[in-house]
Design a protein around this ligand. Sequence first.
Ligand SMILES: Cc1ncc(COP(=O)(O)O)c(C=O)c1O
Length: 361
Amino acid sequence: MTFDLKDVFRQDIKNLLAYNFQPFRDGLIKLDANENPFAFPFALQEKIYQQLRADSFTRYPDDLAGELREKISRHTGVSIEGIMVGNGSDELILNLCLAVGSGAQVVIATPTFSMYRINSQIAGAVPVEVPRRQPGFTLDHKALVRAAGDKKTKLIFLCSPNNPTGNAIPREEIAAILEESRALVVVDEAYIDFGGQTCLPLLKKYPHLVILRTFSKAFGLAGLRVGYLLGAPEVVGELYRVKQPFNLNTFSQVAACVALAHQGEFAKMIEAIVRDRDKLSQELASLPGVTVFPSEANFILFRTRLPAGMVFQRLLQEGVLIRNLHGPHLEECLRVTVGREEENRFFMEKMKKILVDEGEG
Ligand SMILES: Cc1ncc(COP(=O)(O)O)c(C=O)c1O
């Protein structure tokens, strides 16, 4: 007998690359993953540690994350039955895809967060891309509605503000899509704390709306992986069928509760990030040959006349890690996360240097 990988592993995901892991080494200025650049407040760390008990280690976590869901319920006004928490919103994206099943069509307004496509494929669903309109990356309403009208379409992923383009979708536009869709419309609000209009007020009217949120961005808990989903109780009930048991560990549940109880701490950081985003956007736009796309999130998409791969590598050599997004609809585009003031300054100095070195200055 010979063992052949091909006989064992699914061939339909053979071309799936694992999530685009970025090179990382200590000392790099990390502006690649849209994280909160500030230190998690020490006093809140202490509060989290105080709430951990010996049995937080030995016993399984609360499978239904009751306390956290109750706090999220108070924060959003959505009933507990309409809330599901996940090991990052990535897990919730996967659950949505698993719940609609293999063969289902999943409509994705691209360019956008890559995990919608990847998780669709992992679940055996079929991603259907509906490109946003150029140059402003607004939704192609007609094309979306056409794709949504297909009986095979079960899910539509919209991201607002959109990663990586930075623009938000007006609420009325999402309502108009909901009016014409029989599929579940998922609005990913991972960056909603930095700008854009939330779709929360639409939840009461549209049982086929699902909202995704995360603690990884504004709330600075990327390392602890906490996301949540809001929807109609009957929809969320269906999603519980595919949820892994004990999917959110005790430490993360406690940390997210503490973060929610101290939102004022994060509001100050969000204010600083939004202010620095606008400053950084202006500074970048003033550089020769640089086009900046308006952002309502905590990152900025931009394009230079130079090849994106080269700018990315040169920045990396200089100690700054950003994202090279060169690809369809994002030709020669890069994305930089808004960091702390000194990090943004360092990034700008290096950008200027690279442009001068390459004859753009
Ligand atoms: C739009 C969007 N949704 C979801 C996620 C994943 O968030 P989480 O850390 O909660 O899995 C990201 C992370 O970059 C994102 O950009």
